[in-house]
Design a protein around this ligand. Structure first.
Ligand SMILES: NC(=O)c1ccc[n+]([C@@H]2O[C@H](COP(=O)([O-])OP(=O)(O)OC[C@H]3O[C@@H](n4cnc5c(N)ncnc54)[C@H](O)[C@@H]3O)[C@@H](O)[C@H]2O)c1
Ligand SMILES: [Zn+2]
Ligand SMILES: [Zn+2]
Length: 346
């Protein structure tokens, strides 16, 4: 089969690999139909993720058709169309029993990281019973690719952790796919304001169309002054960090109102300053989270009911043969206006 293989920092190649085999009774082999690229794949290619070693097939998102299941898998059978969660979970360990699938003792974020991933013709899914979701008949499978990672991430790490409530004020720093997923799912709760902050005018324009009440180009305008003006000098009840650099985390510290929450979503490679000299008396909370994907069944229902339309995040389509083109387009988003690129596997 064809597979996109990480070859060490800055290097990747489309290679011929053997089709994966069942390795445990709880496994399934899934024939991929569609996958995509995550900002985190770019982090891996930068060499930021040491757990991902050269030789690894990348990718932790996608949909496909079950090819084969192990003897302990009873909920899925060959031929079933499935959504693959970016988080593998056994459902039984202490963390899984607490709904913290991201820290599953034999799973978590392993796909395309510690085990071979989804940017290939076939993938082995461990703990298949609790890591795959059936795709309802008639569903838009392309749109469901957005449910493997980005929608649950924006919702769980941003909106739920940020305690977005009716009437609250929200600032989302970073209008990439994750920030936009937080923007879409924050609207479940009818906040009074959702202010998007980014350096990319195209992404801010997209955010305007996705329901942002204000967009701030922090390359041109002072985002702190602009947010204070929009919030009667109070700041926001919820500041969502969806970039992953020190400047944007520190910006959230400057934006949060008394009693508010800073919900960090971004993957950080270096330390960021915590300004306790300014925050100690402000009754705030700071949260971090690796997406658990506990909200995936709920999000599936909202997509099915037309409450949110994640297909709007898809900007480009490629075939697996041209996965290099897909990476090139995705990694030059400012020029290409890419959000999510679909890779079709036929
Ligand atoms: N916590 C989790 O479980 C989890 C899961 C998936 C992704 N992530 C992380 O979430 C973050 C966002 O992911 P994404 O795919 O949307 O990334 P992305 O790179 O596509 O988007 C980031 C956005 O931030 C903007 N930006 C960069 N520097 C900025 C600055 N100084 N001020 C304002 N805006 C700035 C960029 O223009 C871009 O639009 C990444 O760090 C990713 O690794 C976390
Ligand atoms: Zn991801
Ligand atoms: Zn577990």
């Amino acid at each position: 089969m064809k597979a996109l293989v990480y070859q060490g920092p800055g290097k990747k190649s489309l290679e011929e690999r053997p089709i994966p085999k069942l390795a445990a009774p709880t496994d399934a082999i899934v024939k991929m139909t569609r996958t995509t690229i995550c900002g985190t794949d770019l982090h891996i290619l930068k060499g930021d993720v040491p757990t991902c070693e050269p030789g690894r097939i990348l990718g932790h998102e996608g949909v496909g058709v079950v090819q084969q299941v192990g003897t302990a898998v009873s909920s899925f059978k060959s031929g079933d169309r499935v959504l693959i969660s970016c988080i593998s979970s056994c459902g039984k360990c202490d963390y899984c029993r607490r709904g913290m699938y991201s820290h599953c003792s034999t799973g978590g974020w392993i796909l395309g990281n510690k085990i071979d991933g989804t940017q290939a013709e076939y993938v082995r899914i461990p703990h298949a019973e609790t890591s795959l979701y059936p795709i309802p008949a008639g569903a838009d499978e392309e749109a469901l690719v957005m449910l493997s990672d980005i929608l649950p991430t924006g919702f769980e790490c941003g909106v739920l952790n940020g305690k977005v409530q009716p009437g609250s004020t929200v600032a989302i720093v970073g209008a990439g796919p994750i920030g936009l997923a937080a923007l879409l799912t924050a609207q479940f709760y009818a906040p009074a304001q959702i202010i998007m902050i980014d350096l990319d005018p195209n992404r801010l324009e997209v955010a305007g169309g996705f329901g942002a009440t204000a967009c701030i180009d922090s390359g041109h305008d002072d985002p702190v002054a602009a947010v204070m003006k929009l919030t009667e000098q109070k700041g926001v009840d919820c500041a969502i960090e969806a970039v992953g650099v020190p400047a944007t985390f520190e910006l959230c510290e400057a934006l949060v109102a008394p009693g508010g929450v800073i919900a960090n979503v971004g993957v950080h490679g270096v330390k960021a300053d915590l300004h306790l000299e300014q925050l100690w008396d402000r009754n705030i909370a700071i949260t971090t989270r690796l997406v658990d994907t506990v909200s995936t069944p709920m999000l599936l229902k909202t997509v099915r009911a037309g409450r949110i339309d994640p297909a709007r995040l898809i900007t480009h389509r490629f075939q697996l043969e041209d996965v290099a083109g897909a990476y090139d387009t995705f990694s030059r988003a400012a020029d290409t206006h890419a959000l999510k690129v679909i890779i079709e596997v036929s």
